[in-house]
Write a new protein. Structure first.
Length: 439
């Protein structure tokens, strides 16, 4: 991850291009949100980069600047948006279709939002079975498609006089796949692009093109994409930050808030049953068992890592964890996530907790896209390359190097993120020891 204390951070001068593979509900809610916020029509609620503060020094020092004043981040006025989709709808039409934002937030920015016209996608139906796109690139092989994505990026950069770019995948969830031989090295991957290897997914073609073009890449979906040795090698070689996987928004966010609390109090867990109803296009895509498998793997790992049954066998050995998602069109983007949690206390007496989260999926995800775009740009200007574990805070299934288990506890993740910022700026890390107040 290569973090340097008191890093020499290049200033955020000029325009930052934000590339969005997938201009659907999340991406259009994010872009429309930024347009509203920069006109002063709404607040960036949910965004750490915009509303967060960071404590520096002792509790008695009263130094808690805004995160955005502490580290040099791109300003919202400097963001320019581009994207790809297999449907030709512009971002305004996509937002209308998604039905997340009301006309109060769409009418004032209609013209500006309509300018985000997605470029044709790299798409193979075998990777997202439920979608049938028309706005799709053709090429003689996957290397050719990667080159076309690279051309889109170069044109976008030139036309908008951009200084830097970042990419955040907001496309649909691809079917579950384990890494294969073609993903082992950059050389085998590049050979696979020419040979049209079926194991190379469309998202990997975008990621490859971005990393080649000097664009950091964040993955908001559970599919592997950059989490394979070949693309890690490319990221390291080109000095590019990467991170993923799968935005941590609704039910998993709740899980990583609650489970650390049970563990802190040494309360046991017998089982955690989670079910969701969801009616947006994402829900439709996840109705395919192979796409759901990607999501399930991403959602299931969380409790095991937080609760560490091997260290606490009396509390957590063999707990049951079930996750279901059901496509239910009447709900649209307004997902309902139910959790039934069977816990146990003193002498093993059972108790239950029920959580019913009536959430809005894209409203929860949009600020994460913004923070990831700004922090990935900061990482690149700070000379940080490879996996950005300090951004685990944003993901259900954080990327880590081989052999290192991911940190899922939201509070540890936040401490890691803020300590990374302190470290970059040469400030003392906060350990919460607090002995100095009593000396
Ligand atoms: N909203 C959340 O809370 C949340 C949380 C975690 C992860 N995610 C993930 O974020 C992604 C986006 O979610 P959404 O609700 O916006 O879904 P969506 O279906 O509204 O949007 C996804 C868009 O991606 C497009 N797409 C699919 N494959 C593509 C490709 N190869 N190239 C370009 N475009 C492609 C689709 O046409 C669609 O317009 C999904 O993978 C979802 O699982 C969302």
């Amino acid at each position: 991850m290569s973090i340097r204390r008191l890093a020499d951070i290049r200033p955020a001068r000029g325009k930052l291009g934000v590339l969005l593979p997938g201009v659907g509900a999340v991406a259009s809610t994010f872009v429309a949100g930024v347009m509203n916020i920069r006109r002063g029509l709404a607040k960036p609620i949910g965004s750490l980069t915009q509303l967060g503060t960071i404590r520096l020094g002792k509790r008695t020092d009263n130094r808690s600047p805004m995160v955005k004043d502490f580290v040099p981040l791109a300003g919202l006025d400097d963001l320019v948006f581009g994207g790809w989709d297999l449907f030709p709808d512009n971002a305004y039409e996509a937002a209308k279709h998604a039905g997340v934002l009301s006309s109060e937030h769409l009418d004032p920015i209609k013209d500006e939002l309509s300018l985000l016209q997605p470029w044709p996608a790299v798409f193979e139906q075998s990777w997202v079975k439920k979608l049938h796109g028309t706005h799709v690139k053709t090429g003689k092989n996957k290397a050719d498609l990667a080159e076309q994505v690279g051309d889109d990026i170069a044109r976008f950069k030139k036309d908008n006089a951009l200084d830097r770019l970042v990419a955040v995948w907001c496309g649909s969830t691809e079917i579950y796949r384990k890494p294969s031989a073609v993903h082992a090295t950059l050389a085998s991957f590049e050979r696979g692009l020419i040979d049209n290897d079926p194991e190379i997914s469309p998202s990997q073609i975008y990621a490859y093109a971005c990393l080649k073009a000097g664009v950091p890449y964040a993955n908001g979906a559970p599919n592997l994409t950059v989490d394979v040795p070949a693309l890690l090698e490319l990221a390291e070689k080109n000095g590019m930050p990467i991170c993923g996987k799968d935005f941590k928004t609704g039910q998993t966010l709740m899980k990583t808030i609650l489970a650390p609390g049970f563990k802190a109090r040494l309360l046991g867990l017998e089982g955690w049953y989670s079910t969701n109803i969801l009616g947006n296009r994402d829900g439709e895509v996840l109705d395919d068992p192979e796409a759901f498998k990607s999501k399930e793997v991403s959602k299931l790992g969380v409790l095991e890592h937080i609760l560490q049954p091997h260290l606490y066998p009396d509390l957590y050995q063999g707990f049951h964890h079930v996750v279901r998602i059901n496509y239910y069109p009447p709900r649209g983007d307004n997902k309902e996530g139910w959790d039934n949690i069977d816990i146990k206390g003193w002498l093993g007496y059972p108790m239950q907790i029920k959580v019913d989260f009536l959430c809005r999926d894209s409203i929860l995800a949009a600020p994460l896209v913004l923070d990831l775009a700004l922090f990935m740009d900061l990482a690149q200007r700070s000379g940080m390359k490879g996996i950005q574990e300090w951004l685990s805070f944003y993901f259900k299934s954080p990327m880590t190097p081989e052999g290192l288990y991911p940190e899922h506890d939201l509070f540890i993740q936040l401490m890691k993120l803020k300590n990374t910022l302190r470290y970059l700026r040469g400030e003392e890390l906060i350990t919460h020891l607090g002995a100095e107040y009593y000396d």
